[in-house]
Write a protein that binds this ligand. Structure first.
Ligand SMILES: Cc1ncc(COP(=O)(O)O)c(C=O)c1O
Length: 356
């Protein structure tokens, strides 16, 4: 039975291509990149593509996914994105090299767990710069760090923030400057070096590309733009990204679908649905003309249908099937009867063209 269930087509090579563009952009500005794998549940093909592209770190929100990354053979540092649950402290220090934190109580537990396992766990203290998703308030950062510095098995390596996530606060130079200023204050109050400033996620890339990212920001956690190849703010192509190389391909996304089609055509990969239907129609005609000829002949002679009408019918059906999937005849696409007819044809012919 042909499989008509919805499916997600993933192109790891295209994701690797996106990753290389982002890495080029970030590394030129002295920024390291933690590639976020959570949206694909650390799928091995996608994670491997990111590793091949040369990302600096892998980041995920689930311990199980971090385990999968280690099983894949990743030797890079792994970052836990989700604020650790106190009950998972032991797992967190075991499977992640660095975690993002917003609670002093959890930091204490992480330190105990790390001491128990004999490891030094690195943490980034998250600060809420207005997006209201995570982080402590900036005016509490100094107190939190004063306590963190007393925890023996923790290494507080820096400050981080997350923007354009819950509250829709767009990253700006001013927001990044707030993080930098806070580090000055915390350094002066605690003596901690705090070398890492983790400025945010994909939403920071447009600021970076526009030249507005202060040089002190040296780490970003990038997920969506690596997967989709476009800005999460306005969906425009990422700067430095060749047009038509987006990995987006949803049916409702005309630009993305066109990009996918042109990419497939140029890369000589699997033909697009429109092309497949054209091929199917051509093959049906060819087959009809050869071993299907007898059947045609029987129909024509017994029903007294003129040969020209048969060919006209075959050509019309082939044409409609082809047009069904292309954008050039919107009226054909909208007609319910045409849709139903084409659906029947597709169902009947699917086993043939899925084999190609
Ligand atoms: C804490 C954190 N940082 C970064 C990211 C990556 O965000 P984006 O996919 O917009 O790059 C996420 C979400 O995936 C996240 O939860």
């Amino acid at each position: 039975m042909p499989n008509f269930s919805p499916r997600l087509e993933i192109y790891p090579q295209r994701i690797a291509e996106n990753a290389r563009v982002i890495l080029g952009l970030c590394h030129n500005h002295g920024i390291q990149v933690a590639a976020v794998t959570k949206v694909t549940c650390a799928h091995p093909a996608v994670s491997q593509a990111l590793l091949d592209a040369g990302v600096d770190m892998l980041a995920d929100s689930r311990i199980e996914n971090l385990q999968a990354l280690r099983r894949l053979g990743a030797t890079l540092p792994l970052m836990l994105l989700r604020i650790p649950a106190p009950s998972q402290a032991a797992e967190v220090v075991r499977w992640s090299d660095v975690s993002l934190n917003s609670s002093v109580a959890t930091l204490r537990l992480l330190s105990q767990a790390a001491a128990f396992h004999g490891v030094l766990h690195r943490v980034i203290l998250m600060v809420d710069l207005g997006d209201l998703r995570e982080g402590i308030w900036p005016d509490r950062a100094v107190d939190a760090l004063r306590e963190a510095v007393t925890l023996p098995a923790l290494d507080v390596i820096g400050l981080g923030c997350n923007l354009a996530c819950y509250g829709g606060v767009i990253p700006t130079t001013e927001k990044m400057q707030q993080l930098i200023d806070l580090r000055h204050t915390c350094r002066a109050a605690t003596g901690l070096e705090l070398p890492v400033l983790c400025g945010g996620n994909s939403a920071n890339l447009p600021l970076l590309a526009a030249g507005g990212m202060p040089p002190e920001i040296n780490l970003l956690r990038i997920g969506e733009t690596m997967l989709l190849g476009c800005s999460v703010i306005d969906r425009s192509a990422l700067a430095g990204h060749p047009p038509g190389r987006s990995a987006r391909g949803g049916r409702g996304d005309r630009a993305g679908t066109q990009a996918l089609r042109s990419h497939r055509a140029s890369a000589g990969r699997m033909p697009s649905a429109g092309r497949r239907n054209l091929w199917t129609a051509a093959s049906v005609s060819a087959l009809s003309a050869t071993w299907g000829g007898r059947m045609w002949w029987w129909i024509i002679s017994h029903q007294k249908i003129p040969v020209s009408s048969c060919w006209a019918a075959a050509a019309t059906i082939s044409f409609l099937m082809w047009k069904m999937r292309s954008k050039r005849l919107p009226s054909v696409r909208k007609s319910p009867s045409t849709l139903a007819m084409a659906r029947c044809w597709r169902r009947a012919l699917q086993p043939m063209y899925t084999k190609w």
